[in-house]
Write a protein that binds this ligand. Sequence first.
Ligand code: PMP
Ligand code: GLN
Length: 379
Amino acid sequence: LKSKLPHIGTTIFTRMSKLAEEHRALNLSQGFPEFDCSPDLQRLVDKYIRSGKNQYAPMAGVMPLREAIAKKTFELTGREYHPETEVTITSGATEALYVAITTVVNPGDEVIVFEPAYDSYVPAIELSGGIPVFVTLDPQYDSIDWQLVATKITKKTVAILVNTPHNPTGNVFTASDIQSLAKLAEDHNLYVISDEVYEHIIFDGRAHVSAASIPSLASRTFLCGSFGKTFHTTGWKLGYFLAPAALTAEFRKIHQFLVFSVVTPFQFAVAEYLSEPEHYLRLSDFYQQKRDLFLKAVEGIGFITKPSGGTFFQNLSYQNLSDENDVALAERLTREFKVASIPVSAFYSQTVDYKTLRFCFAKNDDTLLKGAEYLQGVI
Ligand code: PMP
Ligand code: GLN
């Protein structure tokens, strides 16, 4: 068999979670909550399963969920997405991203990708014959140099892929970033693929600025979201996709032959749960407390920290503490000190070593405290 992705192995998230299990380590590696979703949401799923919502959903998703997403997006961004033609329910943001990339990218096309980058972007670009063009940032970066980004654009560039709040750095776009992105995309006639799965996990009074919030940008944006992060339901793989009707029509041509539609009773349940804004607007406070608890608990160990601005990840740089590379250290911490993390080098296309580990703080407080305790005196 001729491999389509010869340089790709099993994802770092799968590998580190497995290592954590083998060594009975606290798993602060793969990003998923340790706690359960709300019992109310579970009851809703039960209700819809028992009331016979168990056959194929419409290809684009059940209408109550498409309407609830359109309503929420309008309230938060001012952009109206038409539920019939512009909102599509996907199998997680992973499917939305994959289909969006497949829709936009033809062989030889270039796509601007910021790295560190979430691991699913580049393989999807490559499977379509596209070429990722990287803007490489240090994991501790403060802001994006949009003039530098502009220098990466060529005649072959079709799209730019962005992610805010950003996994793994916790960086968050400001209103000025979004304006620079909008101008760049307009000047060079680019599509924008915007990964906004952490839209409701954002700290210290920042606000999420969605690509949907600027009309000229929204008109060229493929927006990908997920309920996995928002409702503590990563295992449901329920996400959504928003784009103007003409782009959505092309997106759906591929979506219909990849999955056709996604799990019906869960869509109805999420639609009903979403009608109460408290269910997602409280999430930032909830996670900010966890971030602060974890940061306080690791204080004094000697890590260099830049508090995460959003997501449920905190990076810790150990450059003052050890010369070991991040993969070796992450594995050793898992095996010997029973705490698993993700080496940030896994989010780069080239071999880099910023001596930084990513810790997921979507965990119970006692797990976070125990994890920090295990890290004391390790390095
Ligand atoms: N994008 C980013 C930045 C993520 O962190 C994740 C979560 N793993 C995804 C996309 C995929 O989301 P989902 O689990 O809904 O497919
Ligand atoms: N998004 C999760 C993370 O960044 C992992 C999802 C996965 O395992 N594919 O840790």
